[in-house]
Every structure is written in C-alpha cells, then in structure tokens.
Write a protein that binds this ligand. Structure first.
Ligand code: GUN
Length: 294
C-alpha cells in the first residue's frame, strides 16, 4: 500500500509555483493576484478563505480579500464581482461558497469573467473541461488529477467508481476520468443517492473516488484487493479525546480499507492540501493567460 501524500505533493507544487514567482519578479513582470470574496461569517468559510490568503503569501502572490456582511444585496455583490472583472491588476477571483440564501450562486458564478474564474465553476469553464479543451478545472478535481499524475497511478481501462455527483467534485471528476487523456481513459460509473446495488458496484472498482460527505461510509469489505482509493470527504465528528472536541473523518474507513489498497489518500493530508495547491496553480495560469490566450 502506498499513501497518496497530498501534503507532501502540495508542498512540492507550492515550491514550483514560488520558483515561478521568483522568475516573474526577476523579469520585472506583474506577480499573480488572487481576489477572494467572503460573505458573512460562516466558520468553515472563514477558515478556508484565511488558508487561501496564507497560501498566496507563501508562494509570493498578491491577494485581496473583500468581506461583506451576510445582508449584502445580490445586486451589490454582482457589482463587486464586476468591479473585480474590470480590475486589470486582478488575475483570478473566487467567491467563497456557500452564499446566504437570498443570493443566487448561479448568478454570481456566472457573472465572474471566465478568464478570471480560477474556481472553474463558470459554465464556460465547465463546458470546455467537458469538451477536453483548455479550461480552469475546479480545484478539488484538479488536485486529484495532479495527485494521480504525480504518483503515476494507472487509469487507462480501469473501472473507476465515483461516489457522489456534486457539481464541484463528483460530476467533474467523472468527466475527467472518462476523457481520452491521462489521467483518464477509465470506464466510469457515477453513483449517487438513487444508485441501486452500490456495494456491488464499489466492490468491482479498480479506482474509487469517494465524495459523498458521509464519514467512514466505505468499509473494508466493500473494497476490492488492490484498489486505488481517493477520499474527498472531510467531516467534523465529535471526539472528546481531541483538544478541539472534534476529529476530521473521511468518507472511507481508513484503518480497514488501507491494507487492501495499492494507493490511498489519507484524511487529513490527502485531497485537501491538493485542492489548495490547485487554486494557486489556476491563479498562476490566469496571470500568464495560458488558458484563454487567443
Ligand atoms: N466552498 C467549498 N468548496 C469551495 C471551493 O472550492 N470554492 C469556493 N469558492 N467555495 C467553496
């Protein structure tokens, strides 16, 4: 069993990005600039955005954090997005989700210029990704792809089962693993809450990508010997033995599943840090106009 070490790999990616920033600076060019919009005071969102800002500092990017109260109108938020769209110094923009209920996520993500949509949520980027054209790929799927690539995990002709069909992870992951590329060329099954006979489908998988958000859902007996297991889940579960009062649990029962695997991601330290590194990578691509150069 080999660990797909997201912590180590993301550290390597960050070093590569930092090196590129040093070259950019030495050439007197503009350093990449990421803007993040945070609405309200959701605890998890505060943590995520703070990490993103810290990551930018670490690699030498400029970052701008725009904070709004939860009662901001949809119109005012859309105007803030447009102002950033028009700001030539800013290369990438993310609007941290979730947003308050009175604001349409669709409207907000659609308003971000596709060229600055480093989250890869805009329909233009989703469409281009599906057509295997250059596009910003959402950070979690992109992080998984990079992890598979860097560990040279074989995917061609494999049975890949994606559990969970979220717009941000499961759905794009299923498209990426099926496309005619590496990583890809897998035979993909996308499972969700209406799937029948889930256990049998998982049991036949060479590659399992678990992104359903149910702690320790996938147990040892559900997994085939030699499988590759990517665990996207990260749920806070009460744990009195921890100082914080909670433990972070993946969708996979690691202790049972790991001994059967050829590769597996730990939680924490697997997909999570790769997601963070991928946002930086997308921002670098945005600054260099790699994806949308005409
Ligand atoms: N909320 C949870 N995941 C994400 C993400 O990848 N991007 C943004 N903007 N918000 C999120």
């Amino acid at each position: 069993m080999q660990l797909l070490d997201g912590k180590k790999t993301s550290h390597e990616i960050k070093q590569e990005i930092a090196e590129k920033v040093r070259t950019i600076k030495a050439e007197g060019a503009k350093v990449p600039h990421l803007a993040a919009i945070l609405v309200g005071h959701d605890g998890a969102s505060e943590t995520y955005v703070a990490s993103k800002v810290k990551d930018c500092e670490e690699v030498g990017f400029t970052s701008t954090l725009l904070r709004f109260e939860a009662d901001i109108t949809e119109e005012a938020l859309l105007k803030a997005v447009e102002d950033i769209n028009d700001d030539v110094d800013i290369d990438g923009l993310i609007v941290q989700l979730p947003l308050p209920k009175h604001i349409s996520v669709q409207k907000v993500t659609d308003r971000i210029k596709a060229e600055k949509d480093v989250d890869g949520f805009h329909p233009i980027n989703v469409g281009k990704m599906a057509k295997n054209l250059p596009a910003y790929i959402a950070a979690t799927p992109y992080g998984i792809i990079q992890l598979i690539e860097r560990y040279k995990v074989e995917t061609s002709g494999k049975n890949c089962v994606v559990v969970g069909r979220s717009e941000i992870v499961g759905s794009p992951m299923s498209i990426l693993m099926a496309r005619n590329a590496y990583p890809g060329n897998a035979t993909v099954t996308l499972c969700h809450s209406k799937t029948k006979d889930l256990n049998n489908i998982i049991k036949n998988a060479d590659i399992i990508i678990a992104a359903l958000g149910r702690p320790e859902f996938i147990t040892g007996e559900m997994v085939k010997e030699g499988a590759v297991v990517i665990d996207v889940g990260i749920t806070r579960v009460a744990d009195e033995t921890k100082k914080s009062g909670f433990a972070l649990k993946g969708d996979v029962k690691f202790d049972e599943v790991a001994p059967k695997c050829s590769f597996i991601t730990p939680v924490p330290g697997g997909v999570g840090p790769m997601t963070r590194a991928s946002l930086l990578w997308n921002t670098l691509l945005a600054a260099q106009n790699v994806i949308y150069k005409s």
